[in-house]
Design a protein around this ligand. Structure first.
Ligand code: ZN
Length: 123
């Protein structure tokens, strides 16, 4: 899996200037620019998950060790600051060396986010 563009922008982005974003499906709080997307081929709790370089407008829940498909990870659920919905989780730590690239990144549940305020996401 490639994520060569490690020069990720700063976390707080105030200007979108028409660039596509991912937002909360419930309250439309903006979580991330589409540029932050690393992969769409992750598994969330209820379905597909999107791995993101960074995200905003999220509140971190309690840190816990969770067995995922790729081994035990230390994660924290993330909640929308707008409506309080759980929308995914944050990877604090991965136990398996091959999964270290996920650390410090966000998994957003596909069902909980919308792109550009549309109601469907396209692969
Ligand atoms: Zn929300």
């Amino acid at each position: 899996m490639s994520h060569a563009d490690s020069a990720s922008p700063t976390r707080v982005v105030l200007m979108y200037a028409g660039r596509p974003t991912f937002s909360c499906s419930n309250c439309t709080a903006v979580f991330a620019l589409q540029d932050e997307l690393i992969s769409k081929s992750f598994s969330g709790r209820d379905g597909r998950g999107y791995l993101m370089h960074s995200a905003m407008n999220l509140r971190l829940g309690t840190k816990e060790d969770r067995p995922l498909l790729t081994g035990v990870h230390t994660v924290a659920d993330v909640f929308c600051v707008g409506c309080g919905d759980r929308v995914g989780w944050y990877y604090h730590k991965a136990s398996d060396h091959s999964q270290k690239y996920k650390e410090g990144k966000y998994l957003l549940e596909r069902e909980r986010i919308v792109k550009d305020n549309a109601w469907t996401l396209h692969d």
